[in-house]
Design a protein around this ligand. Structure first.
Ligand code: ZN
Length: 246
């Protein structure tokens, strides 16, 4: 009887110790993985910051063709690009996310136009992004055959030029080679002395997404499918530039 009691006690101790070890090890592994997961997520989520600047807004429509306004096309595309970049765990800041102009956010004693640009510059500089992209739409009333996408960088910024090259190559691949089936040639990247490129500290580009004075571009820019392809190309170009930034 005593021998049996000892056996049962030993068995009980063995089971208890095993159970304790099992619970301890499982908790340790789970917690460890949990921390790893949080670390990985925050590491990815905050490793890259991008500012997207949809040009014009509010009182300033930019260029227009009938009731098609540049400010609306710029904003629509910016919102699409933001959504795609956020899926890649990139922090995205928009200079505007609705139909407003930004002069009220500037303390500069200057014209409305200059104060609007100053506010955009401050948003870009104060958020210290890895890069920024300013979105505009072009128009050339005296040259209606002018069409296509233009990418500009500040001539003195080598990093901006590299970003322009990366985004250019992805747009060429997705929009020109794939979507437009090489029916049109894309412009090469070009230096541009624009305020938003010149006065900002982080590297960035200005993209002109098409000409409202060209019938093909005007038609394309209103198409949901083209807008989504363009947003995809710009966001992929940004990711490509971020992964290969110095
Ligand atoms: Zn514009």
């Amino acid at each position: 009887m005593a021998r049996r009691i000892i056996m049962v006690t030993v068995k009980f101790r063995f089971v208890a110790v095993s159970l304790f070890a099992f619970i301890f090890l499982t908790s340790f592994l789970l917690l460890n993985n949990h921390y790893k997961f949080i670390y990985t997520l925050s590491n990815v989520a905050y490793s890259h910051v991008v500012v997207i600047d949809p040009g014009h807004g509010g009182i300033d429509s930019g260029t227009s063709q009938g009731d098609i306004l540049e400010k609306d096309l710029n904003l629509k595309l910016a919102l699409r690009v933001k959504k795609l970049l956020q899926k890649q765990k990139i922090k995205v800041i928009l200079t505007r996310d609705k139909d407003i102009s930004l002069e009220d956010q500037s303390s500069l004693p200057d014209t409305r136009y200059k104060r609007d640009l100053d506010a955009r510059k401050n948003i870009i500089n104060n958020n210290h992004p890895n890069l920024f992209v300013s979105i505009h739409t072009d128009a050339r009333p005296d040259e209606p055959t002018a069409s296509g996408i233009g990418i500009f960088y500040f001539p003195k910024s080598e990093n901006s030029k590299k970003i322009a090259q990366k985004i250019h190559s992805v747009i060429n691949e997705i929009i020109y080679n794939n979507y437009l089936k090489q029916t049109e040639k894309m412009f090469p990247i070009a230096p541009g002395d624009y305020y938003i490129l010149r006065e900002t500290t982080p590297p960035g580009i200005l993209i002109e997404i098409g000409f409202l004075t060209n019938s093909k571009d005007l038609y394309r820019l209103q198409s949901e499918e083209y807008q989504s392809q363009l947003a995809l190309a710009i966001s992929k170009g940004i990711v490509y530039a971020l992964k290969n930034s110095p």
